[in-house]
Design a protein around this ligand. Structure first.
Ligand code: CA
Ligand code: CA
Length: 505
């Protein structure tokens, strides 16, 4: 390297450090949404009108990644990935029964890293998969659990909710009155005020923190994490959000009767999981009603995000706070005959991701390059000038905040719990099943992923290229929490293959 260039780089690096320390390092507002697919205004995933004015406003205040994908299509592994910057294939955290703490006691998570770098790390709501047991308090200066956040579907406080595995299936749900096979399928308006919903209490904690920054006993910059549970089931919302979506105006997703025909059998199996629930919704004429409640839950989550953003704007931290908003994975509302998450198609993998940094990047940018939520951790390390963490699976998105059309070769991977993997590039999605079978879609001509091109010899090279991104030595599955997931105190951890118990009660 030429001496002059080296000198310039040294000076430039010095300048950045000086600027950050002189003005104080930036704060971070870290907003996690649960089960929110691309049905938001700025992504346009819903065919009808969806009301997300606050998410759209946030997107306009920074960079919206329009081709962002989850590392795993279900809560626990996705959140463990986002918060560690590691894919499930690196950690072995593949499903909801794989909790990170007993398996990877030394895992470096985002809040731990911020805390170690001199930040005041506080959080509330659903950040990790469930707030007890899988979210060790050591990571935080303070963490506020939502009253029912560990038992999401008890959020109305009615413990007669039919969650227990002992109840016969299909179960009848108390507010919707529908009988479904799922354990978490209710919807309706609860007999309480908006301020009493648990997600309102989660937002209140963040708002209270932002309104009282000057009263804190510390002058450290903050890392404030706020995890909104909506639009995760059950879809309980205040009436006014439901009223945004008149039942007779609801559009249900288009489905092709033969769409699954060109899909390998492991993919068909993923699609057909919970298909009994979709069938029942269709037969009883409740499909549009269910869609209506998902939409209402999205708008409720949006309103809560709006309240937190408003309090940030009015606070003394406004102007020096990076905002990151993400959703842990998407959701099918009937596409491919599927009613749930846990697949590897666009509905389950594409998520909102917005990064708004006061000092890096322009307003109202769109980045269509493929990015993964595992990129969040390295991005925050760079934006906040934190100490480096080695061997992360993601890469910093700062170059795309500066130049959103910069080409990115690295695809976004999504790892399904049995080891099937999707590889999403700028224009294509390839899916590799553990049987060795493939799917391939070209998003330029087939945004709904209806025509599988994998068997077409013309596309051999694309499959070959996708294959290169498959992890070479995926981690074996982590030890599994065997008992019912909400019993935090009485369980055993076992390794699937050996039956070894690594933790008792
Ligand atoms: Ca989720
Ligand atoms: Ca098809």
């Amino acid at each position: 390297m030429r001496p002059l260039l080296v000198l310039f780089l040294l000076v430039a690096g010095h300048f950045v450090t000086e600027t950050l320390s002189a003005k104080g390092r930036p704060n971070v507002l870290f907003l996690a949404i649960d089960d929110l697919n691309d049905w938001v205004g700025f992504l346009g995933g819903y065919s009808g009108k969806v009301y997300t004015p606050n998410l759209d406003r946030l997107a306009a205040s920074g960079t919206a990644f329009t081709n962002a994908h989850c590392p795993a299509p279900v809560c626990c592994p996705s959140r463990a990935s986002v918060l560690s910057g590691l894919y499930p294939t690196s950690t072995g955290i593949y499903n909801n029964q794989h909790w990170w703490k007993p398996n990877l006691p030394n895992l470096r998570t985002i809040p731990i890293h911020f805390r170690d770098n001199g930040y005041h790390a506080v959080g509330t709501g659903k950040i990790f998969h469930h707030t007890a047991g899988n979210n060790p308090p050591i990571q935080w200066d303070h963490f506020k659990r939502a009253p029912f956040n560990d038992n999401g579907w008890l959020r109305h406080g009615d413990r007669s909710y039919p969650w227990t595995p002992a109840k016969p299936r299909p179960r009848e749900f108390p507010y919707s009155g529908i009988k479904l096979y799922s354990g978490e399928a209710d919807w309706g308006v609860l007999p309480q005020t908006e301020s009493q919903y648990d997600d309102s209490l989660v937002a209140d904690y963040a708002i209270n923190y932002l309104e009282n920054l000057d009263q804190r006993a510390t002058d450290k910059p903050f890392f404030l994490a706020c995890g909104i549970f909506h639009p995760h089931l059950p879809w309980y919302t205040p009436r006014k959000y439901l009223d945004l979506y008149p039942r007779d105006k609801i559009e249900v997703p288009e489905t092709l009767p033969l769409d699954l025909k060109d899909i390998p059998s492991p993919g068909r199996k993923l699609a057909e999981k919970k298909s009994g629930d979709l069938r029942r919704l269709r037969e009883t004429g409740r499909w549009p009603t269910a869609v209506q409640h998902y939409l209402a839950s999205i708008s409720f989550a949006d309103a809560l995000v709006g309240r937190v953003l408003d309090s940030l704007r009015k606070s003394t931290a406004s102007g020096n706070t990076i905002i990151v908003l993400w959703s842990d994975h998407g959701w099918h509302l009937g596409e491919k005959g599927h009613w749930h998450k846990r697949t590897l198609w666009e509905e389950a993998t594409r998520v909102p991701l917005i990064i708004s940094s006061p000092k890096v990047g322009d307003l109202n940018q769109r980045c269509a390059q493929p990015v993964s939520l595992v990129d969040i951790f390295p991005t925050l390390i760079e934006l906040c000038n934190l100490s480096p963490v080695s061997n992360l699976d993601g890469i910093s998105l700062v170059p795309w905040l500066i130049d959103p059309v910069k080409k990115r070769d690295r695809p976004a991977l999504t790892v399904e719990e049995s080891g099937h993997i999707s590889i999403r590039t700028l224009h294509h999605r390839a899916i590799h099943y553990t049987t060795g079978e493939w799917e391939l879609y070209d998003h330029r001509s087939d945004p709904k992923e209806q025509t599988n091109l994998a068997e077409n010899p013309k596309h051999k090279e694309l499959i070959k290229r996708a294959r290169r991104w498959l992890p070479q030595a995926p981690s074996p599955p982590a030890a599994t929490k065997k008992s019912f997931i909400f019993d935090h105190h009485n369980f055993r951890w076992t390794r699937k293959k050996t039956g070894e118990i690594i933790k008792g009660k």
